[in-house]
Design a protein around this ligand. Structure first.
Ligand code: ADP
Ligand code: TRP
Length: 330
């Protein structure tokens, strides 16, 4: 039996950015070949920040198109919406009765979000428990996510262990799969970690015009065109390394280091913009095709829901009999 893999993204905005892709989604694509891959859209999690219903439904559709355009493949992975498995909410409650407050109080994502002004409500606090339910309901063994989600997977491991200890072995204890290197923390246009919530992201499917404008607004130091500039640690160069070939990366490093050749940050930004368009050319054209075929996208999500339902029902039968609370319809 192949290992089960599960991951998802929260549809809090309408576009996947470079950090999401290189930190998480690219790994998901590679893992599809091993079998047992499950990727979903975490719509209920988004309710902690998106309260406009039209906006949320549109974000959910956009993330589905982004997934498919970037190479998540319904032939090799089960792709579904969280709302098609509402039992995660039931499981989340059950798991919450085994979750120590202290475990959630230590989660830095909660504190970060509150300090950004997101309201400190119970859903935001309990967010990692719902995440544990997503992971455990498919009895996942591994969870490929970016560095900043590692703590949440550790919470899931604790909760799974506590459940198994209390009620008997129902769940595998999942491992986080985290990439090392420059994909672990992709910088945004202001040099901080790229994140939707910092407003510093570069969205992969942005129009060319807007994308160019965003790239041109990357913050740099004030070294002039004829001065030698250190590439390492420079935001433009760090992003370029993700999307350009090795030869081109070496060439940019040489040009930045040279003095008196009239090569400034503006030139480097233009090269980054072009490399991004090249790297994502196929994905961008697939994304346009998908936009014209909303029925195809809906069909893929429905078939993902059909495929996930028996898995969820089996887990919930095991959970309900383990805890001794069995609804009459099951
Ligand atoms: P955001 O910070 O933009 O809200 P999410 O929290 O929705 O992004 O993250 C979705 C996935 O992308 C997670 O697995 C996360 O770890 C990864 N990720 C997000 N931003 C980055 C980044 N700048 N570098 C690497 N990985 C990232
Ligand atoms: N919290 C994750 C994020 O912001 C999204 C998510 C929800 C998730 N449930 C999950 C990721 C389960 C992995 C596994 O990116």
């Amino acid at each position: 039996m192949s290992l089960i893999t599960l991951s998802g993204l929260t549809p809090t905005s309408s576009g996947i950015h470079l950090g999401n892709y290189f930190g998480a989604v690219r790994q998901w694509i590679d893992l599809q070949d091993a079998g047992g891959a499950h990727y979903f859209i975490a719509s209920y999690h988004a309710l902690t920040t998106v309260r406009d219903p039209a906006q949320l439904s549109s974000n959910i559709r956009a993330v589905a198109m982004d997934y498919l355009a970037l190479g998540l493949d319904p032939e090799r992975a089960v792709i579904y919406r969280q709302e098609d498995v509402p039992e995660v909410c039931e499981l989340s409650w059950i798991l919450s009765t085994l979750t120590p407050m202290g475990l959630l109080e230590r989660c830095v994502a909660y504190k970060d979000k509150v300090s950004q002004g997101i309201s400190a409500d119970h859903g935001l606090f309990a967010y990692p428990v719902l995440m544990a339910a997503d992971i455990l309901i498919v009895r996942s063994h591994r969870v490929p996510v970016g560095q900043d989600q590692k703590q949440h997977v550790e919470v899931t491991r604790d909760i799974a262990g506590k459940f198994n200890q209390t009620y008997g072995a129902v769940f595998p204890v999942p491992e986080p799969l985290i990439l090392e290197g420059n994909a672990a923390k992709v910088p945004g246009i202001d040099g901080q970690k790229m994140s939707k919530s910092y407003g510093n992201d570069l969205c992969i499917f942005e129009s060319e015009k807007k994308l160019r404008k965003r790239v041109m607004s990357i913050v740099t130091d004030s070294q002039g065109v004829d001065e030698s500039k250190e590439p390492e640690g420079n935001t433009i160069f760090e992003l370029y390394k993700l999307v350009a070939t090795d030869d081109k990366v070496d060439a940019m490093a040489d040009k930045l280091r040279s003095s008196g050749i009239g090569y400034g940050y503006g030139h480097a930004k233009q090269e980054l913009f072009e490399a991004m368009l090249d790297y994502f050319a196929d994905a961008r054209s697939r994304r346009l095709q998908l936009e014209e075929n909303p029925d195809e996208v809906e069909q893929i999500l429905r078939s993902g829901a059909d495929r996930i339902r028996p898995v969820v029902e089996k887990t919930m039968d095991a959970v309900r009999s383990a805890i001794g609370v069995i609804p009459s319809h099951s």
